[in-house]
Design a protein around this ligand. Structure first.
Ligand code: 5GP
Length: 206
């Protein structure tokens, strides 16, 4: 049976520095049926980032013009900068049965749930400890000391949203954490409501 299914929106959220960017990259490398949703942002580009690959870097005028014209599924303000998820990419992928991974915060996750709860699989990644989170943020060293401090302060507030997620994982072992995410994706793909052609198949059986 050629069992067609709808794509799903897989959200990975965590406080900055809990390792979710590395996890996203590894998952994408290992599964060609998953694409990354590239957000737009008004935040300045970090040295290691590439425009149109890591983010679409827009100035405020362009961002708000796009927002006004319904270009985004959701937008949020994080650390004084604007972020948004482009709509067209998501709609095309879901219809074709491709999965999309999102590196967005809890605000974006709530808005994706209002957009389409049944297509959403949400995963929250926790750091193993506050010390570890602080070290990872410092090691990254791409943001100013002030930004690191702000992000540390915000981390606890972000973690308080863990309970709104379908799955919660502790990233104390990258390989294990990745395996767990892959297992989640594996079973979520098999869920009955995602399998279009199973209805027709069963009708023919009975
Ligand atoms: P960063 O500037 O460190 O890349 O991201 C800061 C925060 O913004 C992270 O928590 C990230 O998940 C979130 N973020 C990135 N893109 C989006 C987006 O399109 N929508 C929302 N709501 N949050 C986003």
């Amino acid at each position: 049976m050629n069992n067609k299914r709808k794509g799903m929106m897989i959200v990975l959220s965590s406080p900055s520095g809990a390792g979710k960017t590395t996890l996203c990259k590894k998952i994408l490398e290992n599964d060609k049926n998953i694409s990354m949703s590239i957000s737009a942002t008004t935040r300045p580009k970090r040295k290691s980032e590439i425009d149109s690959k890591d983010y679409f870097f827009y100035d405020e005028k362009k961002f708000f013009n796009y927002k006004k014209n319904g270009f985004f599924i959701e937008t949020a303000e994080v650390f004084g900068y604007n972020y948004g998820t482009p709509k067209k990419f998501v709609e095309e992928k879901l219809t074709k049965g491709h999965d999309i991974i999102f590196d967005i915060d809890w605000q974006g996750t709530q808005k994706l749930a209002s957009y389409s709860k049944t297509d959403l699989v949400s995963i929250f990644i926790l750091p193993p400890s506050t010390k570890d989170l602080e070290n990872r943020l410092k090691k990254r060293a791409e943001d100013s000391i002030n930004t690191v401090k702000k992000r540390m302060l915000k981390a606890k507030a972000e973690i308080s949203h863990w309970i709104e997620y379908d799955y919660v994982l502790i990233n104390d072992n990258l390989e294990l954490c990745m395996k767990n995410i892959q297992n989640i994706i594996f079973v979520e793909r098999l869920k009955r409501h995602r399998q279009f052609s199973i209805f027709e198949f069963v009708e023919n059986l009975i």
